[in-house]
Write a protein that binds this ligand. Structure first.
Ligand code: AVJ
Length: 319
């Protein structure tokens, strides 16, 4: 028998995506939000990145979850309604499901096909599980499917995707999550830690250049979906740690003067000009505890690995 699966599609309309991309390209410096990385190919490339030797976050977080599964399950509580922000291939939730029986699992992801595949496979592998998958952009004021009101709520936000947001936006996002959770709702969140520059640099400049392919795939996606003509060999991947801002930055740098057409508009790039595609903020445990506190959450517990690479925080919503 399979677990039950419901699918809800709140994917933003293409016209909104076009307007947002054009707005970002009209800025100085030019920028496009990292959520647009995740078309089908982008989600696959990201999954491949998580397996790279240089990309420590995924395996380190999985280790932390595995080592503390029983306590995490106790914190989240059986029979809760468990949502996950940016569920991707729903790999990490499996570790939790070995110790926890939620009343329902609600994966949220912007990558529709990837979400549908992952949710379907998960429902097959966990026959007792009710899955309510929602394709949605959680970076905006996101909708949830109609879900039972009486169940205690919990959210899982792994991978340090919170690092994609400017600190102000991160606080606003956690507050919105808090509103969906209600008082005493639980949030289990993964946060990447500040560390030496060499480790950080390698994680975003891998030898196989999968991160470069992931970054450049954004242009391929825009070409296909927004009728654009980016020439991929005229842009190069750039990733570095911005020490004063405390974040990894990813850019696509134009190697020459060029003009690109996107959805009927002409966009000029000067040689060396960059399109900013991602920030990945790194926190100290203390910094993140303060950010959570400002956003209406109390930190109940924090785990880290022996090398202090990554952290997992148990937060309780205080109303
Ligand atoms: C999914 C946002 C956590 O910032 O490390 C991986 C995305 N970008 N390699 C990260 C990413 C380049 C990742 N997050």
């Amino acid at each position: 028998m399979n677990g039950s699966i419901h699918f809800y599609d709140f994917h933003p309309p293409m016209a909104d995506i076009r307007d947002e991309v054009l707005e970002g390209l009209s800025r100085d410096p030019k920028q496009i939000a990292p959520k647009y990385f995740y078309d089908q190919r982008g989600s696959q490339l990201f999954d491949a990145i998580t397996e790279l030797p240089e990309y420590y976050p995924t395996r380190t977080e999985l280790d932390i979850l595995e080592c503390n599964g029983a306590q995490i399950a106790e914190f989240l509580g059986n029979d809760c309604l468990l949502m996950e922000l940016g569920s991707g291939s729903s790999r990490k939730i499996r570790v939790l499901l070995d110790a926890l029986q939620p009343a329902a699992y609600v994966p949220l992801d912007i990558s529709r096909g990837h979400l549908l595949d992952a949710a379907t496979t998960l429902a097959r592998d966990y026959p007792q599980l009710q899955v309510h998958a929602a394709c949605t952009d959680y970076s905006s004021d996101f909708e949830l499917p109609d879900l039972p009101e009486h169940l205690p709520r919990a959210a899982f936000f792994p991978g340090s995707s919170i690092g994609n947001f400017e600190p102000d936006d991160a606080r606003a996002l956690l507050q919105r999550v808090g509103r969906h959770l209600g008082e005493d709702g639980k949030l289990l969140i993964g946060v990447d830690l500040k560390k030496d520059n060499a480790t950080l640099h390698a994680a975003y400049n891998d030898a196989r250049q999968l991160t470069a392919a992931f970054n450049l795939n954004l242009l391929e996606r825009i070409n296909r979906e927004l009728d654009a003509d980016f020439q991929l060999d005229c842009f190069e991947h750039l990733a570095f740690f911005n020490e004063s801002a405390g974040r990894i930055e990813m850019h696509l740098r134009s190697t020459r003067d060029q003009q690109v057409r996107v959805a009927g508009q002409a966009i000029r790039f000067a040689a060396g000009e960059s399109l900013h595609t991602e920030n990945s903020y790194k926190y100290s445990i203390k910094e993140f505890r303060a950010l959570a506190g400002d956003s209406g959450f109390v930190t109940e517990q924090v785990w880290t690995d022996e090398n202090q690479l990554f952290s997992v925080h148990c937060l309780r919503c205080n109303g």
